[in-house]
Design a binder for this molecule. Structure first.
Ligand SMILES: [Zn+2]
Length: 279
């Protein structure tokens, strides 16, 4: 599943190529993804309009069109965006194609169909954005803000980090990496974290996400054969997926546990368990 850094890399790749191009037509498949606007609405608000810029909130990509409409795309579990300098070849699981004025095509492919593409008329703020939390790089994200939010709460820090309504765009993989870097056990109740813990956590979050974006930036589409696949890169991971391997800091075998149905990976020595038992 693409996380915030991957979506940011995709945004940067698209932003190099799409602004200034006009959408002349749209093709939709007959199978629906999780959420999509009706064909007539997409045609009405997108056809004939230039893409002015592309922004991101959490894992949502926002295509701002010249008359003020917004096309929102979420890649869900398995969505991919492919950019072609010519007519796209026939591909499976394609749900949306944007045809550009100069023959370029942007293809949204989604095998598991958890993705979303929704169009909003000029002046309408996309409602899904109301539930998107702070950007990890936002100045409003401070130790004091998190301390206040977490006070008295027993929720494990891992689940707190994954809650996109608080901090946007941190997925399961980076959550393990961030907690390892901040030396915090994934089951620690958020109410037990000190100001210094939150400070370390914010720093680790920004360092890890920035490194992931930089890594992805080196793998942006180079248009071999006129096709650019954007944002498909493998982050450098220290603990995720590596239970039983030695901790890169201290050599202790890394461990895995399951929280809210998702795997967490950690070092039992570098990330000591919380003082009270917690599930
Ligand atoms: Zn360790």
């Amino acid at each position: 599943m693409p996380e915030g850094p991957e979506v940011e890399v995709i945004r940067r790749g698209l932003a190099q190529h799409l602004p200034g191009r006009r959408i002349v037509d749209l093709t939709l498949s007959n199978k629906r993804v999780r959420q999509q606007s009706p064909r007539s609405e997409l045609q009405r608000w997108a056809r004939g309009h230039c893409i002015e810029r592309i922004s991101r909130r959490g894992k949502y990509l926002l295509f701002h069109l010249d008359q003020g409409a917004t096309l929102l795309i979420h890649l869900g579990m398995s969505g991919r965006l492919l950019l072609f300098q010519t007519t796209a070849p026939p591909l499976r699981h394609v749900h949306l194609i944007l045809h550009m004025n100069d023959g370029w095509e942007l293809v949204f492919q989604d095998t598991r169909r958890f993705g979303q593409f929704l169009i909003y008329p000029p002046g309408v703020k996309p409602p899904p954005l109301a539930a998107v939390g702070l950007d990890p790089f936002s100045r409003r994200l401070t130790p004091d803000w998190l301390l206040g939010l977490a006070k008295g709460h027993q929720r494990p820090i891992k689940n707190f980090l994954l809650d996109g309504r608080i901090i946007a765009g941190i997925g399961n993989i980076y959550a393990s990496e961030i907690l390892f870097a901040a030396r915090i056990h994934p089951q620690t109740p958020v109410g037990q974290l000190s100001r210094e813990d939150w400070q370390r956590l914010i720093k680790a979050t920004r360092r890890i996400l920035r490194a992931a974006i930089r890594l992805g930036g080196t793998t942006i589409a180079d248009f071999k054969n006129g096709q650019g696949e954007i944002g498909n890169f493998h982050p450098q991971l220290k603990v995720y997926g590596q239970a039983g391997e030695p901790c890169p800091q201290c050599g202790t075998p890394l461990e895995r546990l399951v929280q809210a149905g998702r795997s967490s990976f950690f070092c039992p020595r570098c990330q000591p368990p919380p003082s009270q038992p917690q599930g």
